[in-house]
Design a protein around this ligand. Structure first.
Ligand code: DGL
Length: 270
């Protein structure tokens, strides 16, 4: 792999969820050039099949490679579960690729061995059992309790993250007996940190809430450092592409990154 450090980091998700990872990444690595792709035309991804998500991830990765990215960050648990191995096999010689699951597994193994850990995510992520498999491989005595919470993703994508509808959904989903007696809850969908305060309030601060964003940003920092690819010059590029124009994406991106953020409709599927 021959890169120079000024090449951008490509980040992708189905929609606004990956913005939580992008924000942490920009805070951790403020000099890095960033290209974000939100596949708003197909959001949500989490109730689609593995094959479909793989086809989306392949096409988006090719688009990010055409833009010369040095690192592709899959800022989506569903795509990390469905397509990371495929992307790694296909493009791993050309570009660095990071998923949002492995850094969380490392964190859990360090902090929660022999504990009960809950996890909320899309149907695809829960059904893939990717967290169960990776946790079992590490033999840390962690007992995982997973619950699919798909309507949460949709309400958040629609921009309802402050709305009472979220409290009602949380009450239903988090009261499931599967999540009784947990020590920590992993937010295993990148949309969910947007409602972290409401989740914390539900548990009255008695359960640790694990938001992967900063952990993933730290993992990106280590990976770039290891390859001598941390950008030291100033940032010149921060560009957001979406495959369908939605006002909720535009509003959320401005909410996170300020009113002068560049958002461009990119007809990847035409
Ligand atoms: N934010 C993504 C995830 O982490 C995708 C959610 C969706 O589009 O269903 O799984």
């Amino acid at each position: 792999m021959q890169f120079n450090s000024s090449q951008p980091i490509g980040i992708f998700d189905s929609g606004i969820g990956g913005l939580t990872v992008a924000k942490a990444l920009i805070e951790t690595l403020p000099n890095e050039n960033i290209i974000y792709f939100g596949d708003t035309a197909h959001c949500p991804w989490g109730d689609k099949s593995q094959e479909v998500i793989q086809s989306y991830a392949l096409k988006i990765t090719k688009m990010l490679l055409e833009r010369n990215c040095k690192l592709i960050l899959i800022a989506c648990n569903s795509a990390s579960a469905a397509a990371f191995d495929l992307l790694q096999a296909q493009f791993g010689e050309q570009v660095l690729i990071l998923n949002v699951i492995d850094p969380v597994i490392d964190f859990l193994v360090k902090k929660y061995s022999n504990k009960n850990v809950g996890l909320i995510a899309t149907k695809l992520t829960v059904n893939s059992k990717v967290y169960d498999t990776k946790i079992a491989e590490r033999q840390a005595g962690i007992t995982l309790h997973s619950q699919a919470t798909p309507l949460l993703t949709m309400a958040i994508e629609e921009g309802f993250y402050q709305h009472d509808i979220i409290d009602n959904l949380l009450k239903i989903y988090l009261s499931d007996p599967e999540l009784n007696n947990i020590d920590a809850l992993v937010l295993a969908c990148t949309h969910y940190p947007l409602v972290k305060d409401k989740i914390r309030a539900f548990y009255k601060n008695k359960v640790d809430i694990i938001d992967a964003s900063m952990t993933v940003a730290a993992a990106a920092h280590s990976l770039l450092e290891k390859h001598n690819l941390l950008h030291v010059g100033s940032k010149i590029l921060q560009h957001f592409y979406i495959s369908d124009y939605t006002t909720s994406f535009a509003d959320s991106a401005r909410h996170f990154f300020g009113s002068d953020v560049v958002i461009e409709y990119y007809p990847l599927w035409k």
